[in-house]
Design a protein around this ligand. Structure first.
Ligand code: UD1
Ligand code: UDP
Length: 390
């Protein structure tokens, strides 16, 4: 085999966490194959750009600086996808890679897979085959299009491989490799476990005035609930977001402290809807900036319960066993659900559902579960699949 050239693409926070082990696996492969090295280029589309959403992950997960940053930034879907395609095409024409590797389901994934395929470059999709069946989710469109045109579809679980088969994808394109995000969890759990909760809070507080409500010295007996919410379907409409906030203030925070690393989309919407003061004034809700990977892992490991609409956190809760109330009506990650042995229950954004699940799940203890091949070795299986592709 001659050496091959791969361009990997990242754009948004969850992508950084997935690419870290892939790049390590390439380095490991190269150390053992001095004759036929993989030439690797990392492109960041710039979809996420705040230091806390991007740079922090490169530093803490030892991801080398991107070779190229397209600097796309925020915008409408068409703006983000269109601008990425225009900029990325120039890179592909110049670099002429053998493979483009995309991860996940964000706009960078869609834009770069389509651009590469139109230049007849092989595309490998890591985390292929996830399906929520919900076309109102931008990510579902990204998944469908990317998987339809990719040459190599690396799936995190057998249900995802089955989804692809049902869509008529030829068997030779599908390879079940496990969950690459869990490689990062496995590699970083020990380091995360050494962090002190109180320091995480102090170092990431959005508003110093809430210092006095922090549990002093050590965590309270009751522990805390951990919350993240960023889906447009939950945060982009006041009539959906406000009842959830009221429930958090009136019924969750009165029972247990809530730690909430606020996604920038959500912070913006809370300000736009004039809801920021309301949530800020609640004494038992601790508002944090988006926290680093190790910090989130530590908080998740300690939390009594998670309330989230994040895909990645559903998976991490499954492995850590954190009871997870998933603020979505559907999920593309059914292996994380309780009925499949996971830790998550779907409640949508209806307050009555959330209330019931919150009280039920708070009583549940931790039940860690590692779905098949969520074993920390997925990245090397991805590299092997690309190298051995025929
Ligand atoms: C994106 C992904 C979503 C993923 C999430 C992970 C798509 C369609 N959406 O959603 O699948 O779950 O990332 O976090 O790709 N903003 C900042 N600073 C930043 C980034 C964003 O302030 O560094 C603000 C901007 O106001 C921006 C808004 O957040 O308009 C939304 O950002 P965007 O990247 O469009 O979508 P996300 O909601 O982050
Ligand atoms: N995460 C983090 N800090 C935060 C929130 C999330 O490090 O403040 C991590 C989380 O542990 C998981 C990933 O980011 O590894 C999930 O990303 P996100 O929720 O942004 O996107 P999704 O997975 O929903 O696409």
């Amino acid at each position: 085999m001659n050496s091959i050239k791969i361009i990997s693409v990242v754009g948004a926070r969850p992508n950084f966490i997935k690419i870290a082990p892939f790049m390590r696996a390439i380095n490991q492969y190269n150390e053992n194959n001095l004759e036929n090295r993989v030439i690797h280029i990392l492109v960041h589309t710039g979809q996420h750009y705040d230091d806390r959403m991007s740079k922090a992950f490169f530093e803490s997960l030892d991801i080398p600086e991107p070779d190229i940053n397209l600097g796309i930034g925020s915008g409408s879907h068409a703006e983000q996808v269109g601008n990425t395609m225009i900029a990325y095409e120039k890179i592909l024409l110049q670099e002429k890679p053998d493979w483009v590797v995309v991860v996940g389901d964000v706009n960078a994934t869609l834009a770069c897979s389509v651009t590469a395929k139109k230049l007849n470059i092989n595309v490998c999709h890591i985390e292929a085959g996830l399906r929520s069946g919900d076309l109102t989710m931008p990510e579902e469109i990204n998944r469908l299009v990317t998987d339809r045109i990719s040459d190599l579809l690396l799936t995190p679980d057998r249900l995802s491989s089955e989804n692809l088969r049902k869509e008529g994808v030829p068997e030779k394109k599908i390879k079940f490799v496990g969950n690459i995000m869990i490689d990062t969890l496995v590699n970083n759990l020990e380091k995360a476990s050494k962090l002190a909760i109180r320091e995480i809070i102090q170092n990431n507080l959005i508003d110093n005035s809430v210092q006095e409500i922090l549990p002093s010295g050590k965590e309270t007996d009751k522990g805390f609930a951990l919350l993240t919410i960023h889906r447009p379907s939950n945060v982009d409409k006041r009539e959906t977001l406000e009842p959830i906030l009221d429930f958090l203030i009136d019924e969750v925070a009165t029972e247990i402290p809530v730690i909430w690393p606020v996604h920038p989309r959500t912070q913006k919407m809370l300000h736009d809807f004039d809801l920021w003061q309301k949530i800020r004034n609640c004494p038992n809700i601790i508002l944090l900036y988006p926290v680093g990977y190790h910090e989130m892992l530590r908080l998740n490991k300690e939390a009594k319960i998670m309330l989230t609409d994040s895909g990645g956190l559903q998976e991490e809760c499954c492995v850590l066993g954190t009871p997870c109330v998933t603020l979505r009506w559907n999920t593309e990650r059914p292996v994380t659900l309780k009925e499949h042995g996971g830790a998550s229950v779907l409640v949508g954004n209806n307050v009555e559902n959330i209330r019931k699940a919150f009280h039920n799940e708070l009583k549940t203890g931790r039940i860690p579960q590692k779905p098949e091949l969520w074993d920390g070795q997925t990245a090397m299986r991805c590299v092997d699949a690309i190298i051995n592709y025929t």
